[in-house]
Ligand binder design. Structure first.
Ligand SMILES: Nc1ncnc2c1ncn2[C@@H]1O[C@H](COP(=O)(O)OP(=O)(O)O)[C@@H](O)[C@H]1O
Ligand SMILES: [Mg+2]
Length: 374
């Protein structure tokens, strides 16, 4: 178990930066998930940590040891890394036990562990036990389900007692139910073994379920680093908000600025109060970009002071989804009603938002401030 530190890490394959100026410190025993759309630089980052790719600039340290920097470049097998890929990458002609032992048979692996044959067998058994595959050692990969094959890949990564475990979209090839099961399993394993883990995915439920902290990436750059609940509740930009779930990006107009509270209005809806600390430079008349989750949009079909119109409604069992046109606003608002309401397209209503659930998009305010300066 080690810390992992990336400082100013960049990678340019020759067509611009795939990863740009990444700073990240992962604590010992921490689970960090890099989350972002396809092509945002997740795999490149992981491959640089593992040593399969050399950064164009920057420094990476595992524990106290620099593994890549201005004058160092430790080869992958010397970095103390365990890695799991989306494709299980198992040898079809080797048994499960031989596949797992493969992690120990590299020169470096043996050197690190100084193990003889019976010790290898013990380690393999223990690793298979960890992933709940005790007794499967003599089988071949084709005799296992996809989920079991991925467990073998996980055991092979764990058998070397890695300093850091790296996983690249390991569940993408599994069906939904298995994916959820394996996700819980990986989290249990990580918590029990206290291993330092970097997990990459484009799937928000994996990120929310597995991470102590999520790193949200867009086009090779870090957008935000926060624990799951905080990132979900307080996204800095609409990109982060939408990466973690459905979100409405709305504009509020600031009416009054007090020492502790800002009062603002959402078009014809009620006044809302916000924490002044979220928008320290706000002045009356300013537009404030905020995010509101669809479940926090409140719909009142009985209030005669209507300010919105139902565009469409879909009944989904546990919830009803509405697309609402707010009077005078181009972009529709999405709302999720947990009550079974049945208001067809064209129905008038009064829309408001739960003010305790409004999140100021502080990253976008910051961008505006920078734009204003240049
Ligand atoms: N070996 C490579 N040569 C050139 N470009 C690459 C290479 N590997 C990745 N890229 C580019 O770098 C960007 C990031 O890719 P990648 O790290 O695989 O993203 P992700 O894993 O988030 O989908 C993409 O634009 C991709 O095309
Ligand atoms: Mg990838």
């Amino acid at each position: 178990m080690s810390t992992l530190e990336l400082e100013g890490v960049s990678k340019d394959f020759g067509q611009g930066f795939a990863v740009q100026d990444l700073d990240l410190r992962v604590e010992s025993g921490e689970s960090v998930v890099l989350l972002g759309p396809s092509g945002c630089g997740k795999t490149t980052t992981l491959r640089m940590i593992a040593g399969f790719e050399t950064p164009t600039a920057g420094r990476i340290a595992i524990g106290e040891r620099e593994v890549v920097g201005a004058r160092t470049n430790v080869p992958p097998e010397g970095r103390g890394i365990g890695m799991v890929f989306q494709s299980y990458a198992l040898w079809p002609h080797l048994t499960v036990a031989e596949n797992v032992a493969f992690g120990l048979t590299t020169t470096e692996g043996r050197k690190r562990l100084r193990r003889n044959r019976s010790e290898i067998a013990t380690s393999v058994e223990r690793a298979l036990d960890q992933v709940q595959l005790a007794g499967y050692g003599a089988r071949y990969p084709h005799e296992l389900s996809g989920g079991q094959q991925q467990r073998v890949a996980l055991a092979r990564a764990l058998v070397v007692d890695p300093e850091v475990l790296l996983l690249d979209e390991p569940l993408s090839n599994l069906d939904t139910r298995l994916r959820e099961e394996m996700r819980n399993e990986i989290r249990r394993l990580q918590l029990e073994s206290g291993i330092t883990m970097v997990y990459i995915t484009h799937d928000r439920s994996e990120a929310l379920g597995l991470a102590d902290r999520i790193v949200c990436l867009d086009a090779g750059r870090i957008q935000q680093i926060d624990p799951p609940e905080r990132m979900y509740r307080r996204p800095a930009t609409r990109f982060v908000a939408r990466t973690l779930g459905q979100a409405n990006a709305l504009d509020l107009t600031v009416e009054e600025v007090g020492a502790a509270t800002i009062t603002a209005r959402l078009q014809g809806a009620d006044l809302v109060r916000l924490d002044a600390a979220d928008a320290p430079d706000a002045c009356p008349g300013d537009r404030l970009p905020v995010c509101v989750r669809p479940v926090d949009v409140l719909l009142d079909f009985d209030d005669p002071r209507t300010n919105a119109n139902v565009r469409s409604r879909s009944f989904l069992g546990d919830e009803t989804h509405y697309v609402i046109d707010f009077d005078g606003v181009d972009e529709p608002v999405r709302a999720i009603d947990r009550r079974a309401t049945h208001h067809p397209a064209g129905s008038r209503l009064r829309l408001s938002v739960d003010e305790t659930r409004i999140s100021v998009l502080t990253g976008e305010l910051e961008e505006r401030r920078v734009d204003a300066l240049v």
